[in-house]
Design a protein around this ligand. Structure first.
Ligand SMILES: Nc1nc2c(ncn2[C@@H]2O[C@H](COP(=O)(O)OP(=O)(O)OP(=O)(O)O)[C@@H](O)[C@H]2O)c(=O)[nH]1
Ligand SMILES: [Mg+2]
Length: 243
């Protein structure tokens, strides 16, 4: 992935954002609290996907750098946000208060110490608060994660966790192209294909206590993940067979 700016910071926190005016400011403040306590040189980037509410204004007034991403899509927002970072370590997370951005040690420490290249949060290890997720989601995530593990040969148990981290050099090696939610799957598949060292850490999924509309379409997005896994697996098999 082409990184547009020079590396000069310890950490970049990136949040994809589409109409999250009730929560984006809280998430920025949590991340800033972590950065200050840890004494890091860092930036907070909100990749705003054409929000029609006050998200972009609130993000800016809470001190984040707002990157405007005109075309919709979770993957598009994250790719644009990540490409604008200047940190040696990049952590990205949803800005809907479901992930605790006030403690990022589980991501920052191993990545900054060179212990791994990519860190994926695992909500099954960290715990899912009551009501944080619709009842059918855990089974769907487990099924798609099992499929992903088989297809890409990785030991990742939560393929859709919205909090993750990577080093800058990992970001430079990965070729990320997905526009939508299947970005979460592509991210793991790419890390595996580029032989990056992938680790997992527990991540708690909190229930969002503020008024917001979910951007996730259970069946449509589930299907996108499944088709992505199958088509990438088939392509890699074909590549192996061609002499
Ligand atoms: N789906 C989607 N999410 C976007 C987009 N642009 C930014 N986002 C952000 O991506 C994050 C993920 O979306 P969520 O609605 O939280 O999806 P989820 O975490 O899978 O599902 P819930 O938290 O259960 O609603 C949020 O921070 C969104 O604001 C977009 O175009 N589509
Ligand atoms: Mg969410």
């Amino acid at each position: 992935m082409k990184m547009r700016r020079k590396e000069i910071l310890d950490l970049s926190v990136v949040m994809p954002c589409l109409d999250e005016e009730n929560t984006v400011g809280i998430c920025i403040d949590e991340a800033r609290g972590y950065i200050e306590r840890k004494g890091l040189k860092a930036e907070i980037i909100v990749a705003d996907n054409g929000s029609t509410d006050k998200s972009a204004y609130i993000a800016q007034s809470h001190g984040a750098v707002v990157v405007h991403v005109p075309n919709k899509g979770y993957g598009r927002a994250l790719r644009a946000g990540i490409s604008c970072t200047r940190g040696k370590v990049i952590v990205f997370a949803d800005c809907d208060t479901t992930y605790d951005l006030s403690s990022l040690d589980r991501f920052y420490d191993p990545l900054s110490q060179g212990k791994c290249d990519v860190m994926i949060g695992d909500r099954f290890a960290g715990g899912i608060e009551d009501g944080a997720m619709p009842a059918v989601h855990p089974a769907g995530i487990k099924f798609l994660s099992a499929l992903g593990r088989a297809a890409f040969g990785v030991k990742v148990y939560d393929f859709h966790c919205g909090i993750r981290g990577l080093t800058r050099s990992a970001a430079e090696k990965m070729q990320l192209r997905s526009p939508g939610m299947e970005f979460a799957t592509e991210f793991i598949a790419e890390a595996a294909e580029k032989h990056l060292r992938i680790e997992q850490c527990p991540a708690v999924l909190r229930k969002c206590r503020y008024n917001r509309t979910s951007k996730l379409h259970t069946f449509r997005d589930g299907l996108r993940h499944m088709l992505y896994i199958i088509s990438r697996f088939v392509k890699s098999m074909r590549k192996k067979q061609t002499p």
